[in-house]
Design a protein around this ligand. Structure first.
Ligand SMILES: NC(=O)c1ccc[n+]([C@@H]2O[C@H](COP(=O)([O-])OP(=O)(O)OC[C@H]3O[C@@H](n4cnc5c(N)ncnc54)[C@H](O)[C@@H]3O)[C@@H](O)[C@H]2O)c1
Length: 312
């Protein structure tokens, strides 16, 4: 199997926060018609080619892979952290059942797989800085599905040679889409709301510090990992730590106010605070740096400048 993504690429969960950016980047690199976007939601105005696909529907998944000669699958279909805690059964079915369907079909058709993990694999014992080899003791259902997902991908690689790879994404920041259902959504919502109302109420305490990453960096990391030669990847291939930047809610608010005087910020923690408190504040990403050359390109000020300009 080639070490660069092959002819046709399938993206599941393409209408989500990452999918919308990843699909357009993949189409720039590999050609518009080489990337088949799919989701369980309706297409809306998402650019073709697009197909309806529920990752729990094994037969439709196989038919699409076979019909379109798919060689690489980016499996983004998932139920995120805040939503997952409210509907744990759906979270397990989609995040683990969907991944298993993708891996089984990839084993059959010889596809390469990218399926994201998350910093949610870590529990409170990993604070403040989660290392690549820190123990994984997640306290959320979502985190448990991500931990088991990494283990499943590694098993399919070791036992069946399925070339599966993953990244433990931090909270992702993009001005193109406002995320929903995650715990780190406040770091994007704040830009949207101050633009509309001149104020924002954080749903976490002001000292809440979490690892974050600009979407542009996340997409770059994803393509770098997928282009890396397989023999250079270690046992971390299913879930590399990647560091972008880290900041507390008040550091973010202070930087925004410095750029946009007069906006008002408040802090009223809700049930997402508990999830935030269970995650690390920062990451060590030495294996990603050493094995496939990962480097982040953003600091807090650059991120705030880009987000303010994007939402203006
Ligand atoms: N956004 C982040 O900050 C972040 C951080 C860490 C990890 N991740 C991971 O990255 C991946 C993508 O995240 P996202 O932010 O784009 O999520 P999102 O919630 O924005 O998008 C997920 C997409 O999956 C689709 N979906 C849900 N159930 C489906 C099903 N049964 N079949 C097909 N599609 C289905 C949804 O319709 C949605 O379009 C997920 O695995 C997520 O856990 C995201």
């Amino acid at each position: 199997m080639a070490d660069s993504p092959g002819d046709r690429i399938l993206v599941t969960g393409a209408l989500g926060q990452i999918g919308s950016d990843l699909v357009s980047r993949l189409r720039e690199v590999y050609g518009q018609n080489s990337v088949i976007a799919t989701d369980v939601q309706d297409q809306g105005d998402f650019p073709a080619p697009f197909l309806h696909l529920d990752v729990l529907d094994r037969d439709s998944l196989r038919q699409i892979i076979s019909h379109y000669s798919i060689r690489t699958i980016y499996n983004l279909a998932a139920i995120l952290s805040a939503h997952g805690e409210k509907d744990p059964d759906l979270c397990e079915r989609v995040n683990l059942g969907g991944l298993q369907n993708v891996l089984d079909a990839s084993r059959e058709y010889g596809c390469r797989v990218f399926s994201p993990s998350s910093i949610a694999v870590f529990g409170p014992d990993s604070r403040p800085i989660a290392r690549q080899a820190s123990s994984l003791n997640p306290t959320t259902i979502y985190g448990v599905t991500k931990k088991k997902g990494e283990e499943m991908m590694l098993r399919y690689w070791e036992n069946y040679g399925v070339n599966a790879r993953g990244i433990r994404y931090p909270g992702l920041l993009s001005w193109k889409t406002v995320p929903t259902g995650g715990t780190t959504d406040y770091a994007v919502e704040v830009f949207n709301e101050i633009q509309a109302k001149g104020e924002y109420t954080f749903y976490v305490r002001e000292d809440t510090r979490l690892p974050m990453m600009m979407m542009e960096d996340a997409i770059r990391a994803t393509l770098m990992l997928m282009e890396a030669p397989s023999q250079g990847l270690s046992q971390w291939r299913a879930g590399y730590n990647v560091r972008g930047l880290t900041f507390s809610a008040i550091e973010l608010a202070t930087m925004i106010v410095a750029k946009k005087p007069g906006v008002e910020m408040r802090y009223v923690p809700d049930d997402r605070q508990k999830i935030a408190d269970s995650w690390p504040e920062d990451l060590d990403d030495s294996p990603a740096k050493q094995e496939w050359g990962w480097r982040s390109t953003y600091d807090l000020e650059k991120m705030v400048d880009v987000m303010l300009a994007g939402f203006a």
